[in-house]
Design a protein around this ligand. Structure first.
Ligand SMILES: Nc1ncnc2c1ncn2[C@@H]1O[C@H](COP(=O)(O)OP(=O)(O)O)[C@@H](O)[C@H]1O
Ligand SMILES: CC(=O)N[C@@H](CCC(=O)OP(=O)(O)O)C(=O)O
Length: 285
């Protein structure tokens, strides 16, 4: 009996948040380590399906770096990176597109379909979603890596208006119709900004931004975007978190109300972040 009372109380507590975010667009960046465990994947999909049933409008932008690495390994190709971006030679590009716009994208669509959520998989190429060009950081050639120059969300809004949940792979085309590999965090920011999303949520492999890496009790719950440059300068934020947090700050500057960084491996992190007062990760605004 007590268990039912607890569940009812949880629902009552969540009710104002469910009302608040019903009809609101929430872009979820799903990728990295959160995607490597089949049980975790099912759990994340349960949460996204529930959000959708409760009237929130989720849009998924996915990565799949570990899945690309696994396929490269099967083909005996060694992955290499430059400042977190995959150096993408023609063969790696072919595999990246097969994995992201193919198997990973369709797997997510299928997992949602298994939960009676109608979703449609897209890549940056579909409906002219992303216009991209070759990315050359400081003039350096890192192969077929792209940067997004425009984001045309008509195809995404058309799907949402018709009750479909969009699932977006970041792989796009350049001016010449050549495939370009785009970091999924960056793609998620562009989509969130173009859709004027209420929230952008990064599902990562850490509980949020930590004062001390490896110590979950040092979680920083709230960051104002003007604090970000100092945190980077003071080396509070390092490595893979730098592009993520810089992206997050860009999203807020472009009108996304808040950006959240959560542990995709933590049970029901998405629901707890959206539907409770305290949340569980780091929120940037
Ligand atoms: N202050 C910090 N708090 C949390 N993580 C940090 C911090 N500074 C650097 N990191 C690193 O950033 C990583 C998350 O970024 P990244 O590897 O790009 O994530 P993902 O694979 O989810 O896209 C963490 O695994 C951690 O090693
Ligand atoms: C240019 C570049 O680095 N693209 C990424 C795209 C996938 C991605 O971003 O996946 P995660 O979110 O799982 O890291 C890559 O090839 O790994």
């Amino acid at each position: 009996m007590q268990a039912y009372i607890n569940k009812a109380e949880t629902l009552i507590e969540a009710a104002p948040y469910i009302r608040k975010f019903s009809g609101k667009t929430v872009v979820i960046k799903y990728g990295g380590a959160a995607m490597t465990d089949p049980l975790l994947e099912q759990m994340v999909m349960d949460d996204i399906a529930l959000l959708s049933v409760l009237g929130v409008k989720p849009v998924i932008v996915h990565g799949g770096g570990p899945a690309i690495n696994a396929m490269l390994k099967r083909l005996s190709i060694e992955p290499s990176f430059e400042n977190g971006l995959r150096i993408t030679d023609p063969q790696t590009m072919e595999i990246t597109e097969m994995v992201l716009s193919g198997s990973v994208n369709k797997k997510i669509v299928q997992m949602l379909s298994d939960r009676s959520i109608r979703s449609v998989g897209l890549s940056g190429k579909d409906g002219g979603l992303f216009e991209a060009k070759l990315h050359r950081p400081d003039g350096k050639d890192i192969g077929s890596v792209g940067e997004i120059v425009a984001c045309n969300t008509e195809v995404v809004t058309a799907l949402m208006q018709n009750g479909f949940l969009p699932v977006i792979s970041p792989v796009s085309a350049g001016d010449e119709g050549d495939s370009l590999n785009i970091n999924a965090d960056i793609a998620a920011v562009k989509v969130a900004a173009a859709l004027h999303a209420t929230k952008l949520i990064f599902l990562s492999d850490v509980p949020g931004v930590l004062r001390e890496i490896g110590n979950p009790t040092s979680l920083i719950s709230t960051i104002k975007i003007d604090e970000v440059p100092e945190m980077v300068a003071d080396s509070v934020i390092t490595g893979g978190m730098i592009p993520k947090i810089t992206c997050a700050a860009e999203a807020v500057q472009k009108g996304v109300e808040s950006v959240h960084i959560l542990d995709g491996k933590s049970k029901h992190a998405l629901l707890l972040e959206i539907f409770t007062d305290k949340g569980v990760g780091t929120v940037l605004w």
